[in-house]
Write a protein that binds this ligand. Structure first.
Ligand SMILES: C[S@@+](CC[C@H](N)C(=O)[O-])C[C@H]1O[C@@H](n2cnc3c(N)ncnc32)[C@H](O)[C@@H]1O
Length: 369
């Protein structure tokens, strides 16, 4: 049976998520909020396992218009819930209402829940639902009166790869870090160096890619508990991903940071990612950095300087990043920054730019050669 899925992605990353899905063999298209694709139930599991830049995989169950609670109730009631979940399913319902006639999220959640419960009780011919079993998180999202009902196939967001348990100063989300590695035009045969590596997210994401490790290999997904999912097929897909992982692949990825505490956290994350001894990191000031060896990619997420007091220091650091690239002829540099005058301070025009969000902060990714 073919289902429609939406791999949700942050603003600016929808195209990257769609490209990842196409490389996996799906006919995916970028759409508002992510990338859409169709496939069988097990394909959602593959997407969970392999997508590096997406936040979640949702099964799209209904799309239409709803301007009243009756519309909402009928739409939710029309979904074949009894084919998706057993009698003991725990069904948390989340809601979103943006620029729509129905504005109360809590009322929409309550109406949707009632419609699911009534449909299940009617079709399963029971008078109670204990909700003691596996969780099936449902979302009803309204945007300009367009209603989308989805079942979450991921559970915890996909950026939770399992290696990061300590947060340093403004760490990058793993999915955004993977996107920056992709946008930087780095290939695993080249050196990659992060001169302000913080807790190491960019370095670890690059190493996962270099060794072809599925980012979801070490974690579980909500859909693994769903009664309609093919258990053996999912097991086989996990085993295939284990085989595809090539930890012996040589790569040259390293970094440094001026803050020794950040380096301590970074080393713990490297160890938790199973990459101990493979990603050399050290304490160091990028203003004094000179790298030996063949040219590669310098990739970094310098401080944003959100507070006025930090802004001047950041400007000095951005100028230093420009000088760092000058000291490394033949290297490329990819930087994510939130400062609109970044290129001027850096001292060069970027050859490629992309508007992105780091959480709620509007940023730009710059690639310099
Ligand atoms: C936004 S954080 C980087 C976060 C990192 N991408 C992560 O995932 O954890 C910026 C980092 O730049 C470092 N930094 C600031 N000035 C520096 C300098 N002169 N040399 C090297 N690192 C510096 C800070 O210590 C901080 O860890």
């Amino acid at each position: 049976m073919a289902y429609t899925f939406l791999a949700t992605a942050a603003f600016g990353l929808e195209g990257l998520a769609a490209a990842e899905l196409r490389r996996m063999g799906f006919d995916a298209k970028a759409d508002a909020g992510g990338a859409r694709f169709t496939g069988e139930a097990a394909d959602a599991f593959s997407a969970n396992l392999w997508l590096r830049t997406a936040d979640r995989v949702l099964m799209v169950l209904y799309e239409g218009t709803a301007t009243s609670f009756e519309d909402l109730y009928q739409a939710v009631f029309s979904v074949g819930w009894e084919k998706l979940m057993p009698r003991d399913a725990h069904i948390p319902v989340a809601g979103k209402c943006v620029r729509s006639t129905l504005m109360s999220v809590s009322d929409c959640q309550a109406v949707a829940k009632k419609a699911i419960v009534n449909r299940l009780m009617e079709r399963l011919r029971v008078s109670t639902l204990p909700e003691t079993g596996a969780s099936y998180p449902v979302e009803v999202a309204l945007w300009q009166d367009r209603l989308r009902i989805t079942l979450d196939m991921s559970g915890e967001a996909l950026n939770r790869r399992g290696y990061r348990t300590w947060n340093g100063e403004a760490p990058l989300r793993e999915t955004l870090a993977a996107a920056l590695v992709e946008l930087s035009s780095w290939r695993p045969s080249m050196p990659l160096y992060d001169p302000c590596c913080g807790t190491g997210t960019l370095l670890i994401e690059a190493a996962l890619r270099a060794t072809n490790r599925a980012p979801g290999l070490k974690r579980a997904f909500a859909c693994e508990q769903y009664s309609f999912m093919p258990k053996e097929q999912m097991l086989a897909l996990r085993q295939k991903a284990e085989i595809a992982y090539t930890p012996e692949t040589p790569f040259s990825i390293g970094g440094s940071d001026i803050d020794p505490e950040a380096i301590t956290l970074c080393e713990r994350h490297i160890q938790q990612a199973g990459l101990e001894g493979l990603l050399p990191v050290s304490t160091g000031d990028l203003t004094k950095l000179t790298l030996p060896g063949p040219a590669g990619v310098l990739l970094c997420n310098p401080p944003y300087g959100e507070r006025m007091s930090d802004r001047a220091n950041c400007q000095v650091l951005y100028r230093e990043l420009g000088l760092l690239l000058k000291r490394h002829p033949g290297w490329k540099m990819g930087v994510i920054a939130a400062d609109p005058s970044f290129e001027r301070t850096f001292g060069r025009r970027a050859v490629h730019k992309r508007r992105l969000y780091n959480g709620r902060l509007e940023c730009e990714f710059f690639l310099f050669t």
